[in-house]
Ligand binder design. Structure first.
Ligand code: G3H
Ligand code: 13P
Ligand code: ZN
Length: 326
């Protein structure tokens, strides 16, 4: 089937208590790893492209890679989504250039400016059958060139969501409830330590999620910054020359709970980066004489596939749901 927008996926995900995985793609191996897992698990999927990904790999290459995945995986619905669209022009360029969904990220703007910008994108997108994600509240962490320090983030204000959604016409809303971008989501001083000395992060603000959902019944909510930063991959990186002390993510049980509530899209990038980097570091460490990129990209791609499979089955709950999302 051809690329789809996110409408049907979110309707089904909301109704049936699961979330669609939105995985960031930057090159062929990442696209293949994700979509091979989704094909084998019969899962719908959102492949998302950031401004940084477009700058790195080029819009055309990324679209063609995703089109190749669509051809190779005709059984599953796939959305091609712009992640953190920074302005109208970037959203327009993606809409005109084959994307089926875009995010306009006006979360750093004053409320009225965020509404005006988001509405402008929605008007353009909806005329062309493209769905739009907006955002209220800011996450800590780094995305493209915007860095928000821990402490400068702000939770979504539930009292703003009805007005934002009604006036903009967005199809989904990203909210800030304590997740953040990257592999260092919580400062060690925000956490406790378990018996093995592993950091245990504070809980997400489910009270805000519940208040938002009460105000917007049936409306799909999006969680950014939802990598769990698996400690086996952090160890693999650190045991093989890397240096990622106290990297920590969102516990998977909390994401599972969010997926059962109104969260219909869960964004995951850092976990795939960790799987790829850990695998390649270990390969180089164990086989210093090798220099054929295919030899180290192959296991890296295989581990991306396995971590995505794990997310689909055990975290998102969307394995086996491809048919109902078509
Ligand atoms: O939210 C950010 C995503 O992880 C994309 O990261 O901007 O480095 O491509 P990037
Ligand atoms: P992570 O850094 O937690 O993977 O978040 C990715 C994301 O939100 C992309 O928009
Ligand atoms: Zn994000």
């Amino acid at each position: 089937m051809a690329l789809v927008n996110s409408k049907k996926m979110f309707e089904q995900a909301y109704k049936n208590g699961y979330a669609i995985g939105a995985f960031n793609v930057n090159n062929m191996e990442i696209v293949q790893g994700i979509t091979e897992a989704c094909k084998e698990e019969n899962a719908p999927v959102i492949l998302q492209v950031s401004k940084g990904a477009r700058a790195y790999a080029n819009h055309t290459y990324l679209v063609k890679l995703v089109e190749a995945a669509v051809k190779e995986c005709p059984e599953i619905p796939i959305v091609l989504h712009l992640d953190h669209g920074p302005d109208f022009e970037t959203c327009k360029s993606c809409i005109d250039g084959g994307f089926t969904s875009v995010m306009i990220d006006g979360s750093h703007l004053p409320f009225e400016e965020n509404i005006a910008l988001t509405k402008k994108v929605v008007d353009y997108a909806h005329e062309r059958g493209v769905t739009v994600e907006g955002e209220l509240g800011t996450l800590a962490g780094i995305e493209d060139d915007v860095k928000v320090e821990h402490g400068a983030e702000s939770y979504t204000k539930p009292e703003e969501v009805i007005e934002f959604v009604t006036r903009t016409g967005v199809d989904s809303l990203a909210i800030a409830i304590g997740t953040s971008h990257g592999a260092y989501k919580f400062k060690p001083e925000q956490c406790t330590r378990n018996e093995e000395g592993i950091l245990v992060p504070p809980a997400l603000r489910f009270d805000i999620l519940e208040e938002v959902s009460k105000k917007l019944p049936g409306f799909p909510i999006v969680l950014h910054g939802s990598s769990s930063v698996p400690q086996d991959y952090v160890k693999m990186v650190n045991d093989n020359g890397g240096k990622m002390p106290d990297a920590i993510g969102v516990p998977e049980e909390q994401l599972r709970k969010a997926a059962e509530l109104s969260v219909c899209k869960i964004n995951i990038d850092s976990d795939l980066r960790l799987a790829m980097t850990g695998t390649i570091r270990q390969f180089f460490n164990e086989k210093p004489d090798k220099f054929d990129p295919r030899e180290y990209l192959k296991p890296a791609r295989a581990n991306i596939k396995e971590i995505v499979r794990h997310k689909l089955k055990n975290v998102l709950g969307c394995a086996g749901k491809a048919d109902e999302c078509k």
